[in-house]
Structures are given as structure tokens and as C-alpha cells.
Design a protein around this ligand. Structure first.
Ligand SMILES: [Zn+2]
Length: 161
């Protein structure tokens, strides 16, 4: 939050009070008119500063809310990621697999190592490329991995803890 916005609004409010007090001591209509114009100008300035401070505060509240949600997501992910282990599907093709002991009845799946490192368990889906090659592709990022020949996901899964 820009504290100068609040300080400026407070300063303008003090000026309004001083100008209002001085109105009482004025003797002529022309002096009252001139002071009223000055008062109106300072009041408008105070209103603009207060609105700017309010807008700044709303943005700050929105950012705090976003950060709280991100913190909650990361805390949830910290416990969730313990359910997985990184493996090489084939040499140099890492993927994550859920530990058998941590399964809550989920079917065996491979998960994208790239997305996993970014805090998300994204299932790799089986596809055939235009040339007929079998690949596992991530639906959340462009990662594609060649599956091990002749080894279904359940084979890898059954060998985990
Ligand atoms: Zn991915």
C-alpha cells in the first residue's frame, strides 16, 4: 500500500478543517466566496486521495487473498507429492508414478515430471503419433514421453512400494 496516499488524504482533511474554521472570521461575501472555492478544491483533492488509497487497499486485499490461496495450494501439494516417486519410463524419460502404498484406489498412471516439478500431478495420456509411434503426452504441457516397450503402467506400478 502506498502510505503517501493516506498521508495526503489526512493532510487534505486537516486543510479542510483549517479553511472551514477561517470561514467564520471572514467579513465580506467576496472573501467567503474565495475561501469557499479554496475549500471545494481541497475537498476534491482529499476525495481523490481517499479514493486512490481505497483502490490501492482493494488491490492489496486481492493480492493477499491470491497469496493465501497459493500458500494453501503449496501446503496441500507438499503432502500430496509424497505419494509419488520419480522413475525413468525409458532411459532419459522421467515420469512420476504413485506409490502403491499411497494409492487411495486410483488406477495406476504415469504423471508428467515437468508438471510435477511445477506442483501439479498431471496424468500422461496414451497417444499414437501421426507416424504410428506410441507416446504418453501431458494434457497440461507439451511434454511427450515414449513408453517402455512391452511394459504397461500396471507393471511399473506393481513394483513400487
Ligand atoms: Zn506436463
Amino acid at each position: 500500500m502506498d502510505i503517501t496516499l493516506i498521508q495526503g488524504a489526512i493532510s487534505s482533511m486537516s486543510s479542510i478543517t483549517e479553511i472551514a474554521k477561517s470561514l467564520i472570521e471572514l467579513k465580506s461575501i467576496s472573501e467567503v466566496k474565495a475561501k469557499s472555492i479554496e475549500l471545494l478544491s481541497v475537498a476534491v483533492e482529499a476525495q481523490e486521495r481517499a479514493l486512490a488509497a481505497r483502490k490501492d487497499q482493494a488491490a492489496m486485499i486481492e493480492e493477499i487473498d491470491r497469496l493465501k490461496k497459493e500458500l494453501m495450494r503449496r501446503e496441500t501439494w507438499d503432502s500430496e507429492k509424497e505419494r509419488y516417486v520419480l522413475q525413468d519410463m525409458t532411459v532419459g524419460s522421467p515420469a512420476c508414478v504413485m506409490k502403491k502404498s499411497k494409492s487411495r484406489g486410483e488406477a495406476p498412471q504415469w504423471y508428467c515430471a515437468n508438471c510435477f516439478s511445477n506442483g501439479k500431478a498431471s496424468i500422461l495420456c496414451f497417444h499414437r503419433s501421426a507416424s504410428g509411434l506410441a507416446v504418453y503426452a501431458c494434457n497440461s504441457c507439451p511434454s511427450k514421453i515414449r513408453p517402455p516397450e512391452g511394459k504397461p503402467v500396471s507393471h511399473v506400478y506393481s513394483h513400487l512400494i
